[in-house]
Ligand binder design. Structure first.
Ligand SMILES: *Cc1c(COP(=O)(O)O)cnc(C)c1O
Length: 385
């Protein structure tokens, strides 16, 4: 019954498979007995293997056991959930924060909780799939504005009269291109038209801004974005996600975000890991500085050999090749050279823009990055990208 579906995916070079990776140390992993340099993880600061996170996790496991046992509103709220929410609110400089079980759950919970039938959502054309699904679930009218195009957004805002509530929603750092949303322009449009603004900081949390607090800090817009969402499973090396904003927003989400209400709470030990990760981000800038140094070095090296990194302004470095087939072949070639970087194909990215999405980590050494640049240079000469 499903064979034909799978055959079609295979024919279109869109069939995806899982690769089992075993962590070794730092950015080295093994797969099928091969040692590989990891070049596509979102563990940007390398915190997932930081001893402080493992220690905090172990201590919490001993005290609280494994699972939370129920949803947050039933009996799943422990002191660690409450403490983590307080710390996230302090970190983000907001009145309150609320945990979600993942970024996917956050976006599919937050958006339908604040927008519904009769409302209008204006969404960037390259927003993450979880935002798209959140918009769909909300049943609000959703209009897509051209990527980062403030003129196109304003055109839609001008024709939005008559709708009840309007929400602009955007990634802070775009997950597949590594560029930044034009937040100052978005904030001023949201103010001028008196509409809501929501920013998804999945790839900005811990990475962007002087102290890693995300895109609001990067642009000096603290206190100006009413709905901020971020994840704990990427740069923070843990798992889960958060919404941060006013007390009223959080109270509303507790009552109306279905992915929050109807799902078992995060394990307490995971909250302990996130608390430890936040403390590291707040107290040690070394990981973040190393990440940005590595990013400059890597992108500089790619440009020097004539490789285009598109709009990237961050550690997310897309090598766009166009066809899904070409991207899959390049990923395999890299694998053979001991580099692990998966092909990203539609529907994750628009048709005709398949790519290798490389990511730089704080734990990469100069030698690691030099090796990748050297291999890419050779593959470029061979016409693989
Ligand atoms: C990864 C990602 C999410 C989902 O977060 P998870 O915690 O992995 O579910 C949401 N938004 C963006 C922009 C992302 O890149």
């Amino acid at each position: 019954m499903f064979e034909q579906d799978l055959e079609r995916l295979k024919r279109e070079h869109l069939l995806r498979r899982l690769t089992v990776l075993n962590a070794e140390s730092g950015p080295i992993v093994t797969a099928a007995g091969e040692r590989l340099l990891l070049m596509c993880s979102n563990d940007y600061l390398g915190l997932s293997t930081h001893p402080a996170l493992s220690q905090a996790t172990r201590a919490a496991l001993d005290k609280y056991g494994c699972g939370a046992g129920a949803s947050r509103l039933v009996s799943g709220t422990t002191a660690l959930h409450a403490e983590l929410e307080l710390r996230i609110a302090r970190f983000k400089g907001t009145e309150a924060a609320l945990l979600f079980n993942s970024g996917y759950a956050a976006n599919t919970g937050i958006i339908p909780a604040i927008a519904g039938p009769g409302d209008l959502i204006l969404s960037d054309s390259l927003n993450h799939a979880s935002i798209i699904d959140g918009c769909r679930l909300s049943k609000a009218r959703t209009e897509i504005y051209r990527h980062c195009d403030l003129y196109d957004l304003e055109r839609l805002l001008q024709s939005s009269s008559g709708t009840n509530r309007t929400l602009i929603v955007t990634d802070g750092v775009f997950s597949m291109d590594g560029d930044l949303a034009p937040l100052p322009g978005l904030v001023s449009l949201a103010d001028r038209y008196n509409v809501l603004l929501m920013v998804d900081d999945a790839h900005a949390t811990g990475v962007l801004g002087r102290t890693g607090r995300g895109s609001a800090e990067h642009f000096g817009l603290e206190g100006r974005i009413p709905i901020q969402m971020g994840t704990l499973g990427k740069a923070l090396g843990s798992f889960g996600a958060y919404a941060a904003g006013s007390r009223d927003l959080i109270d509303l989400l507790v009552n109306q975000a279905r992915s929050f209400m109807f799902s078992t709470a995060l394990p307490p030990s995971i909250c302990a890991a996130s608390i430890a990760a936040l403390a590291i981000v707040e107290q040690e800038s070394g990981f973040k500085n190393k990440l940005w140094e590595n990013r400059e070095y890597f992108v500089g090296g790619l440009h020097a050999i004539g490789i285009d990194t598109g709009r990237s302004e961050t550690m997310i470095v897309p090598l766009v090749v166009g066809k899904s087939e070409t991207a899959a072949a390049l990923s395999e070639k890299l694998f053979d050279e001991g580099i692990y970087a998966t092909a990203i194909r539609p529907p994750t990215v628009p048709e005709g823009s398949a790519r290798i999405r490389m990511t730089v980590m704080a734990s990469h050494s100069r030698e690691d990055l030099d090796r990748v640049i050297r291999i890419l240079s050779r593959l470029k000469q061979e016409g693989c990208l």
